[in-house]
Write a new protein. Structure first.
Length: 526
């Protein structure tokens, strides 16, 4: 009795759901999509689907109410190759089988609804349909379908439909069969890998393990199993057990179809194509600038001057502060949002003054007043009002650009300081010096760095300092050498001297000169 109530409720939901067939094709399927029809028989028993029946014979029997024939038609159309796969026909056939209580058909129209192939894409309806398939056949291949719905729901809104979130009934796989197949696989039986892939992929809710399924299907696909490739394509398409990737799903299902046309990868390929079309539609801007004909376009014949509307919208104007604009520029901003370019109305946005925003608001009000006689439905004036509301956003973006520019300049300055601190353009190798010696060495260092002699390419080493007396004056003399920072095995010997007045001790002269040619370090004394 309970099974009958569940079935009736599912059929009522199916009849009420807005699953209008569409011509578009879309995403992936579950193993329920490729397995044989199953479930308790129902409906008239006057006809029976024989194995040798043609598709036309099966369709005739299905129309007469034969559940087995309806399930067979659903399977054939759903598992057609890509060139023969007809989304609308497959959905209609599987819906007829579902009306007759076939569990696999519920699973198939659930995955088609989830993918938006042959029906409008609806996660909630797909969750109910796949859950109904599992209730009608608890041992059926419903685990993948429920897992795919959960993955799509998390990506779409971070929530899972209540029907898909319910705890699945306890279930387990045939441990003895798994152990036997694993042993065969370890002995090199590649067919056993494909059987393990199918066994895990068709597990019921509660027993479906995405990671193990992906692992076994990858191994089987590595040995060229087309059915494993198709299953991997479905898992990749919905991100079950692995990262979602429509291009890789397309590649896997294309390869599976090429290796074995009977594998039934048409649904998978149609699903990928449908998702690509949806993404393209979402990324494509509106075909027309105006979603509906502007009211004034219908009244052009009654205007005294048909060009007056364009003149109001397109005339280039200038604010007192020098910003250049047209009323059309303002309505375009209100319709499509702030442009990415930093230039706005002929001026870099960071250079805007507070008065510019006030003047733009006043200009928008002037545009509203001028367009009012032609704006019969008020749409243009609403856009201009929206533009005035956008001005605080423009100010916020200006502040963000200025803050970013300051941060970049600070980081650049900090990098420059760090680079300067790491440079070793001048090195002092003398420990103890008198006052005059220190003053002389400091003067040489300043001249070396400030004079642009090295610019980071050479290093001067002060190696010796001495003090002499000449004509009553104090003379500091020293030896140095200049080392290129690229060829550090060579140096040029240098000498420097500073003369201090004997009475005032003021520096009266200074010189730095090379005392010989550049030589190699290994042939020179230290």
């Amino acid at each position: 009795m309970r099974t009958r109530l569940v079935r009736l409720a599912a059929l009522a939901l199916l009849a009420a759901s807005p699953l209008a067939p569409t011509a578009g094709a879309h995403a992936a399927a579950t193993q329920a999509a490729s397995g044989p029809a199953s479930g308790p028989a129902s409906g008239p028993a006057s006809s029976f689907a024989a194995a040798g029946d043609s598709l036309a014979d099966l369709q005739a029997k299905a129309a007469a109410g034969d559940k087995n024939a309806a399930a067979a038609v659903c399977t054939k159309l759903y598992n057609a190759d890509y060139t023969r796969f007809d989304p609308a026909a497959a959905f209609a056939a599987c819906r007829r089988a579902a009306d007759l209580g076939n569990a696999d058909a519920f699973g198939r129209i659930g995955t088609m609804t989830l993918a938006g192939v042959g029906a409008s894409r609806d996660l909630a309806a797909a969750a109910s349909l796949c859950r109904t398939a599992s209730r009608l056949d608890p041992a059926g291949p419903g685990g993948f379908c429920i897992t795919a719905i959960r993955a799509e729901a998390r990506r779409a809104a971070g929530a899972i439909p209540d029907d898909a979130a319910a705890q699945p009934p306890p279930a387990s796989l045939d441990a003895a069969a798994i152990e036997r197949l694993q042993a065969s696989a370890e002995r090199g039986d590649h067919n056993a890998l494909g059987q393990l892939c199918g066994l895990y992929f068709t597990a019921p809710p509660g027993a479906f393990d995405p990671s193990r399924t992906a692992d076994w299907c990858r191994r089987a696909a590595g040995y060229g199993d087309p059915d494993a490739m198709r299953r991997l394509g479905l898992m990749r398409f919905w991100g079950v057990g692995m990262e979602k990737s429509s291009p890789q799903a397309n590649a896997l299902c294309t390869e599976a179809q090429a290796r074995d046309p009977a594998i039934g990868a048409g649904f998978c390929l149609a699903a990928v194509k449908a998702e690509q079309l949806r993404q393209a539609d979402a990324a494509t801007p509106a075909k027309y600038a105006y979603p509906q004909p502007w009211s004034v376009a219908q009244e052009m014949g009654v205007l005294p001057n048909p060009l007056s509307v364009d003149r109001v919208l397109e005339t280039v104007r200038e604010t007192p502060g020098g910003l250049r604009y047209s009323c059309h520029d303002m309505t375009r901003w209100a319709r499509y949002g702030l442009p990415l370019d930093q230039n706005a109305f002929g001026r870099p946005l960071p250079d805007f003054r507070p008065s510019d925003y006030t003047e733009l608001a006043a200009s928008a009000a002037e545009c509203e007043a001028e367009i009012a006689p032609y704006d019969l439905d008020g749409s243009q004036r609403r856009l201009l009002a929206n533009f005035r509301d956008m001005l605080p956003l423009l100010q916020a973006r200006q502040a963000a650009l200025i803050a970013t520019d300051r941060q970049q300049k600070a980081e650049k300055q900090q990098a420059s300081v760090q680079s300067a601190s790491q440079r070793r353009d001048f090195t002092l190798l003398v420990a103890m010096m008198s006052e005059q010696q220190s003053r002389c060495v400091e003067a040489v260092r300043r001249d070396w760095l400030a004079g642009g002699i090295s610019r980071g390419a050479q290093q001067m080493e002060i190696r010796s300092v001495a003090t002499e007396t000449s004509d009553g004056n104090t003379v500091v003399v020293g030896g140095a050498r200049v080392i290129p920072q690229i060829y550090q095995d060579r140096f040029t010997p240098m000498a420097f001297s500073c003369t201090f007045d004997g009475q005032t001790q003021q520096m009266t002269g200074k010189s730095v000169r090379a005392t010989g040619p550049t030589v190699s370090s290994q042939f020179a004394s230290p």
